[in-house]
Structure formats: C-alpha cells, structure tokens
Write a protein of this length. Structure first.
Length: 254
C-alpha cells in the first residue's frame, strides 16, 4: 500500500482533470452530523484539493496535508486564499487541534500503526472525523466485463483491497469497522451518497490513468492496456461513483 500511495504525483494534472469532485450534499451530511458548521478543519491527503475547495467555499479555516510534492504543486495552483498546507498526516505534531478532520479517498494510504490515536490527538474533544470515497465503476455489467477481459493479461484487478480485510458485502465497511473498535471514537455512522456520471470513453481511460493499480505497471504495459480498454468501450459510458461516508466523534475521554 505504501508503494501504491506514492504513484499519484506523476499524474497530478490528470488527477485534477479526470477525478470527480464533491457536492454540497456531502458538506450538508457532515455538517448535520456535527450539529454545527466547522470553524477549523484538517484534510488528510488533499491531493489536488477537490474536497478542500468544497469545505473552503462553505466557510471555516482549512489546513490541507499532502505528502506528494507533485500533487502539492498542483494543489497550490488551485488553492483558495487562506488555506494552509502542511506535511504528511504522519508527520504532524498535535500542537493544534481541529473541529473536523476529514479524508477524501485518501485514508487507506495512511500508515495503519497508531492511525487512530494520531487522529484523536488532532481533534478537539467532541470533534468530528469524516472519511468518504468509493470506486468509480462502469454501470453496464457487459461493458465492465469487456474491460475486465481487456486488462486481464496485464492486471487481474484494479481495485484497492479493504485495509482490514472487510468483505465488500459486509454491512459496515472500513474504516467504520476500525472506528467501532477504537477507544478514541464514538457515534460511528455509515451513509451512501449516490452518484451517476456520464463520461466519454477517452475521459474514462483518463480516469484510469490516475488509478494506482495502473500506475504500478511499466509504462509500455500501461499504454497497451489503455489501448485495449479504449477499443472495447462505447463512445460514452455510464459510471457508478457512489460515495460511502463514514462519520465518528472524538470521545471526550478515551
């Protein structure tokens, strides 16, 4: 996982172009859980700042963390004024606490050792933790099967396995499973925000170019598999891009 986490910088501009953003519905869900607007927030693994911008637009002071220098450069191009940028989550010192700590499709890249104690140390007592993300999947099973067959000689799966091995059909998914076991958090909730997108075939392949499983391939193989996938796609594709949202509250005392 650590190696895959360091692959995104090479495609920072594509990440900004092809990854979908986040809607006001997500902000509303987190704010309703918190019971009040956030005043201060920390983002873990901000990437190019897609989620950062959502939270800044709705008020509050946001500090963004991002360990990859190339992603940081893209992030700084697009940051609203007033957003601070700090080091990787694992390098932060708990000299400042926040009302909200959130991760947008990034939490699984953080180091598991001491993850939740570090998280708790960065949150005010009663503060809210939020993690959200989910796979981008082709909605048509026949098209999905054609793509699976096209990539098979190079890549068996392009997904990211659950960090704690939770099966995909389990009612509570990671990180909710770990949050429920953590002494630091309470009130764990899981919600789904449904998203259906339409992309051109070339934009869908552009999205795949930002997925770590493909970025791990040698450059020549990567170009070959993208060519094979493009040939089996219709001109436009429907995408299921549901967001699974996990929310929890930092206990006042562990």
């Amino acid at each position: 996982m650590a190696v895959r986490a360091r692959t995104f910088g090479a495609m920072a501009e594509a990440y900004e172009r092809f990854r979908p953003g986040y809607s006001v519905e997500l902000f509303g869900l987190i704010t309703a859980y918190a019971g009040r607007p956030h005043r201060t927030a920390l983002e873990i693994g901000a990437g190019t700042g897609k989620a950062t911008r959502l939270f800044v637009r709705h008020g509050g002071a946001v500090t963004a963390t991002e360990p990859d220098e190339a992603m940081l450069a893209e992030l700084r191009k697009r940051l609203p004024s007033g957003v601070r940028v700090r080091a990787a989550f694992e390098d932060l010192r708990p000299d400042e606490t926040y009302g909200l700590v959130f991760a947008a499709a990034a939490l699984h890249w953080t180091a598991p050792e001491g993850r939740w104690s570090r998280m708790a140390a960065l949150l005010e007592p009663g503060g809210v933790f939020a993690s959200f993300g989910g796979p981008i999947q082709l909605a048509d099973p026949a098209v999905e099967e054609a793509v699976r067959a096209a990539r098979a000689p190079y890549l068996e799966s392009d997904g990211v396995p659950s960090p704690d091995g939770t099966p995909p059909d389990h009612a509570m998914q990671w990180p909710g499973t770990e949050l429920r076991r953590s002494e630091w958090f309470t009130g764990v909730q899981q919600s789904v925000i449904e998203r259906r997108l339409t992309m051109s075939a070339s934009d869908y392949v552009g999205h795949l170019s930002t997925v770590s499983a493909y970025l791990m391939l040698p450059a020549g193989e990567r170009e070959q598999v993208f060519g094979r996938i493009l040939r089996v796609l219709p001109e436009t594709v429907e995408i299921d891009a549901d967001l699974t949202v996990h929310l929890a509250r930092r206990r006042h005392t562990p």
